[in-house]
Design a protein around this ligand. Structure first.
Ligand SMILES: Cc1ncc(COP(=O)(O)O)c(C=O)c1O
Length: 325
């Protein structure tokens, strides 16, 4: 199928998902928290089991196609949502994908690895905790692919480079337009911050809305605030807009629990709460912990009563089938 290509801010973008995704008010959670609570359903974007990576891939893979790359290598954790969605989107565009994943956590054919096997996407594992080692290995694989006559391109972990983050600048504009149509002001946007591209794009777009953005951190990162700040500035430069963001505008709250990709008690309770009250499933690695963080921030009085909060459901559903027995 031929994918529609558009130009935004002078940059090519290829349609992979179904946008706009729904922006929905959740009545029970609004009532129970004393806020106006909305969920942005990027899990319903229509590729695989959905998720935030598709907006990034619309820019990244448009670039890959335009430059004539034929093979996409990307990396991540063993159950990486980004890697699986890259494979699914590559398939739609007739590109080959190859995934380099850390041999940590759930490495059997469950969750996203089961989906990767259904896509027949080759997966290589690397037994390390260090992304420096992952990237060194990726370079070796790139050399091998070139030697085999391929023209490969490496998408960094999470697609969190300025080109990818543009997808979430678009998402913030989409939220602004939907909130305008529904007649409410967006005071606050909450998302999960993993590799930072979602947060950076939203932060840039939220400025025009006058909304604050809070990122819930679910893995241990050093200098993450500076990293997201730098990515926000670089994304603004690429988009040709004035960032107008200060370092302190990058607000992060950590709800890691026992560790990255290890379910937390609070996250599990938050997943059950959302599922029971609203029939929406969050995931144990990212969105469940992010929603648990939101509930804890409510209890701490972080939001003013009656504020309008948009929680971005960034996907991740396949992890339910990998991490729960
Ligand atoms: C389901 C899900 N939510 C949130 C995130 C975090 O997004 P980002 O990497 O842009 O910070 C990820 C990243 O892997 C993810 O898979």
């Amino acid at each position: 199928m031929r994918q529609e290509t558009t130009i935004r801010r002078g940059i090519e973008k290829i349609r992979l998902g179904h946008y706009p995704t729904p922006l929905v008010r959740l009545e029970t959670i609004s009532r129970e928290t004393g806020l106006h609570f909305y969920i942005k359903r990027d899990d319903l974007c229509g590729v695989a089991f959905g998720g935030n990576k598709v907006r990034k891939l619309e820019y990244l893979l448009a670039h890959a196609k335009a430059k004539g790359f034929d093979t996409i290598l990307t990396a991540g954790g063993a159950q990486s949502n980004h890697a699986l969605l890259t494979a699914a989107c590559c398939g739609k565009l007739g590109l080959d994908a190859l995934l380099l994943l850390k041999k940590r956590g759930v490495t059997e054919a469950k969750g996203n690895l089961l989906l990767a096997s259904l896509l027949k996407t080759p997966v290589r594992f690397i037994d390390t905790d260090s992304y420096a080692e992952v990237y060194a290995q990726a370079e070796t694989i790139m050399d091998d692919l070139r030697a085999g006559g391929k023209n490969p391109w490496l998408i960094p972990v999470g697609g969190s480079v300025p080109l990818g983050a543009l997808g979430y600048l678009d998402a913030a504009e989409e939220i602004a337009s939907q909130a305008g149509e529904q007649g409410f002001p967006v005071d606050h946007i909450l998302c999960c911050s993993g590799s930072g591209g979602t947060h950076a794009g939203l932060l840039l777009g939220a400025k025009k809305l006058g909304a604050r953005v809070t990122g819930i951190v679910v893995s241990v990162e050093e200098n993450f605030q500076e990293e997201i700040y730098r990515l926000t500035l670089e994304t603004a430069q690429l988009a040709g807009i004035d960032p107008g963001i200060r370092l302190e505008d990058v607000v992060l709250k950590a709800y890691i629990g026992p560790g990255y990709a290890r379910p937390s008690e609070e996250g599990d309770a938050a997943i059950r709460f959302m599922a029971e009250k609203e029939g929406i499933f969050l995931d144990p690695v990212y969105t469940g912990k992010a929603f648990a963080g939101f509930l804890d921030l409510c209890a701490q009085g972080f939001f003013a009563p009656g504020e309008h909060v948009v929680f971005v459901h960034t996907g991740g559903g396949p992890a339910i089938f990998a991490l729960y027995p």
